[in-house]
Design a protein around this ligand. Sequence first.
Ligand SMILES: C[S@@+](CC[C@H](N)C(=O)[O-])C[C@H]1O[C@@H](n2cnc3c(N)ncnc32)[C@H](O)[C@@H]1O
Length: 468
Amino acid sequence: MARKKKNIVIENLTIEAVAAEGKSLARQDGQVIFIEKTVPGDVVDVQIRKKRKAYSEGYPLKFHKYSDLRIDPICEHFGVCGGCKWQNLAYDSQLAFKQQQVEDHLTRIGKVELPELSPIIGSAKTERYRNKLEFTFSNKKWLTKEQIDSEEVIERNALGFHVPRLFDKIVDIETCHLMADPANAIKNEIRSFALANDYSFFDIREQHGLLRILMIRYTDAGELMVLVQFFEEEQERIDLLMNHIKDKFPEITSLLYVINQKKNDTIYDQDIITFSGKDHIIEKMGDLQFKIGPKSFYQTNSQQAKILYDKTIAFADFKGDELVYDLYTGTGTIANYCAGQVKKVVGIEYVEEAIQDAFVNAEVNGITNTDFFAGDMKDLLNDAFISEHGQPDVIITDPPRAGMHENVVNMILKVAPKKVVYVSCNPATQARDISLMDEQYSVTKVQPVDMFPHTHHVECVILLELRG
Ligand SMILES: C[S@@+](CC[C@H](N)C(=O)[O-])C[C@H]1O[C@@H](n2cnc3c(N)ncnc32)[C@H](O)[C@@H]1O
């Protein structure tokens, strides 16, 4: 180990395994080191960025050997852009690492008895699988070292994705492989128009500029939503751009904009203006249709979402007369999707607009046996709620990454349905929660599902059955 003042470099370290959050892991003298931008099998010199008692974190300074697991990434922006960090790993290896991650978390954090895990279900599409993308406009384009060193005058406006950890730097994206065409054509046309007509791109530090965020949503049903978020209120310029988009891309079925003058770019509390077409798009799942507004949550990989929900329903193994609670229901997708197989579904979610969409989605599909309630789960799911709406036979729960609040876990234990189907996008918090339920529930089925190829994210469905 070479050591400078507070500057630790570890040489010739062999990367052993993948770890959480897309990092990899190596060990030296029993110490665990988490290292970004590496894959198992790489041999590297590591610059330590953070040193703790139990572990360190670092990044590679020099590669002595590249792992045999590496492949050439297809994206020209790989390595700088924050998305698709695993594009340099063959898809089979990605799946194997995700499976391993689920198993590790359940074993180390969950510490519960496990059945044999079902093999992870990979995504049929590994490119162009997302139905939603958000590109950021910025006057602080990320520049390569060559660009900084060159004498050329370089355009500093950019439309693309954030550089990890740098909140004001944007990688100007030419082609993103995450969404089907015409997503790239729309993005590139808007950027060209904006540059040609001297539109200002947002300055996040100084809080000025006209153009802020571009959101594109594209459904398998063929509907296309484009939402341009502006910061400044320059109506003439806004109309000019919106008309240009409308003329160039007649296939857009919902063309929207919003003028958001808040510090942050969330639009949940903003008025969205329909410039042309409808104020929503429709996605299909099985025999059902779902109405998706600009503020609605919808799983971003539509095809895998269907597989995930089918697994959830298969694990629940409904007989037809069940009362089901769908916790963290979002826009009621799971609730409405399984309504045809049970007596009634009660969905709970804290975003009011999502609950409104859930009702609309029930109505659009002629579903009459679902009911939805808005509120914070830990407060709403209480004894009074259960006595009013009935004792559930099955609880489906699909919490956010943080997992379930302890009060919610305790309430499930108190209600004690025969089955709990736990869908999670974070196996670490899922493992923590099921360990809290271990005395009362045994884990009988585990099914990892990959919704996000080229990222470290993994979804997992677990069936918990009440112990006899
Ligand atoms: C992973 S999403 C699941 C959505 C839905 N099941 C689906 O598949 O479309 C988690 C949902 O939990 C909601 N949520 C997060 N925290 C919550 C809380 N404390 N109480 C109620 N809902 C919450 C979020 O708004 C989000 O819609």
